[in-house]
Design a protein around this ligand. Structure first.
Ligand SMILES: Cc1ncc(COP(=O)(O)O)c(C=O)c1O
Length: 452
């Protein structure tokens, strides 16, 4: 059960069927464009959606809003230094700002960044630096519970190649968001460390979900079963040269990010750029009070009871959805449960967006918002004007905001999803009628096929 009780509550809307139909149609059948006031349960993302604790709300009042050298920064930096062991701590307003600044200073035109999987904003920053992002996911490790691991043999081959000198950093995304939120094992991080030492390149962690990764190591690797998640997190950071993070996830607050490094000279270059784009290095685009809420959040997030509840909620939710007839991707991680829409609705071809069709059917059935991770997000337009080039999988992600929904909210989601699954043969696909060139899923306008 939830290891907390509820002190402040927020009412949730219950729009009628006719309101849901109108809202979806007005939004161009794109759930990103649907206003939150017509959503009952919002599982769109776990980013920036956490409920803060009483201790975090009271920490806000201690915020020091001095422009430079605020006490809030000192508190934040001490918590991050204790957690990571890195001396250089740079706050930023969110994860992608950290990526843009750090990767811009590590990479350059013609360089290569190698990773288990670069998250999409990470890849965008690598490419903005004129570099190439190479993803090397070890697909045989999922059976051991570590489906986020990097393929060390492939990375070694890449580094040993005559073009290997172009590789300027190795990035491990922990947990691996683009690979179903699966964790990265400590043995994989140790292997990456050895390769980086042998080739003289830095090992960087995208630590946005570091605590969830650490907990899953204690739960899945018997060697670390007696360690606390905090000890494992510290061991993960000790193996790397630095990290960045979106603190909108395991920072347990609604905004924030960081860069933390051992290399003082690299940190100084990052700070110089930070001043240009984010603000003075002791606030980095955040208010002092945000830094205090984050310092408290980073302390709470490694509590074993919280992390156990978080992982077991995802596991239970995945099991219930499975029993309700939905093909759930196993094993579940912590931050989301993924459902395979292509398996559920084989009658909808990828270019008719089965994952979107499922997500929209779920909204119409019960005002539940989930996100599509299928051809709308990862597919590409055919340059010859034919049907879209499909994504590798047609997944729907049920993300779990931290400490926001109770088991009975999730039971409602399971019941509604079961009704959609039972009637899935009648669900029809969509076509895209308007789309931008990049990141089309945020703003695309769609039309149901039944209207043709
Ligand atoms: C693994 C990972 N890295 C980086 C980011 C980008 O962070 P932000 O949304 O705070 O810019 C995200 C956001 O979802 C993420 O999941």
């Amino acid at each position: 059960m939830e290891p907390f009780r509820i002190k402040a509550v927020e009412p949730i809307p219950f729009p009628a069927r006719a309101e849901r139909e109108a809202a979806l149609s007005t939004a161009g059948y794109n759930l990103f464009r649907v206003p939150a006031e017509v959503i009952t349960i919002d599982l769109l993302t776990d980013s920036g959606t956490a409920a803060m604790s009483a201790a975090q709300w009271s920490a806000l009042m201690l915020g020091d809003e001095s422009y430079a050298g605020a006490r809030s920064f000192t508190r934040f930096a001490e918590v991050v230094q204790d957690l990571t062991g890195y001396s250089e701590v740079i706050p930023v307003h969110q994860g992608r700002a950290a990526e843009r600044i750090l990767l811009g200073n590590v990479l350059g035109p013609g360089a290569v960044s190698v990773s288990n999987t670069h998250f999409d904003t990470t890849r965008a920053s690598v490419e903005a630096a004129g570099a190439t992002a190479v993803d090397l996911l070890a697909d045989d490790r999922i059976r051991l519970g570590f489906g986020g691991d990097i393929d060390l043999d492939a990375a070694e081959a890449l580094l040993a190649d005559p073009t290997g000198h172009r590789v300027r950093c190795m990035v491990l995304t922990v947990t691996n968001n683009a690979a179903g939120g699966q964790p990265v094992s400590l043995s994989s991080i140790q292997g990456a460390r050895r390769l980086c030492d042998a080739h003289g390149i830095p090992l960087l962690l995208d630590a946005s979900r570091f605590a969830e990764n650490a907990y899953l190591i204690t739960a899945r690797d018997p060697e670390y079963a007696t360690k606390t998640p905090r000890q494992v997190a510290q061991a993960m950071f000790a193996l790397a040269d630095g990290c960045w993070a979106s603190l909108k996830k395991d920072g347990m607050a609604n905004i924030g990010g960081l860069i933390a490094l051992r290399d003082r000279e690299l940190a100084q270059r990052c700070r110089a750029q930070l001043i240009e784009v984010e603000g003075y290095p002791t606030y980095g685009g955040l208010a002092g009070r945000d830094l205090d809420a984050l310092a408290q959040g980073l302390t709470e997030v490694t509590e074993p009871a919280y992390l156990r509840y978080r992982a077991e909620t995802a596991e239970w939710f995945g099991r219930q959805l499975g029993k309700a007839g939905l093909p759930v991707v196993q094993p579940t991680g912590c931050h989301a449960v993924y459902v395979d829409a292509a398996e559920l609705m084989p009658h909808i071809p990828p270019h008719e967006l089965p994952a979107t069709a499922f997500a929209n059917a779920l909204y119409l059935a019960g005002a539940i918002r989930v996100s599509e991770l299928g051809t709308l997000v990862f597919g590409r337009r055919d340059p010859a004007g034919g049907p879209d080039i499909p994504a590798p999988r047609e997944l729907v992600r049920f993300a779990l905001p931290r400490r926001v929904y109770t088991a009975s909210h999730l039971e409602y989601v399971v019941e509604t999803a079961a009704s959609v699954a039972a009637a899935s043969a009648a669900v029809t696909g969509y076509r895209i009628v308007e789309q931008p060139d990049a990141l089309r899923h945020f703003t695309a306008v769609l039309q149901p096929h039944e209207g043709d």
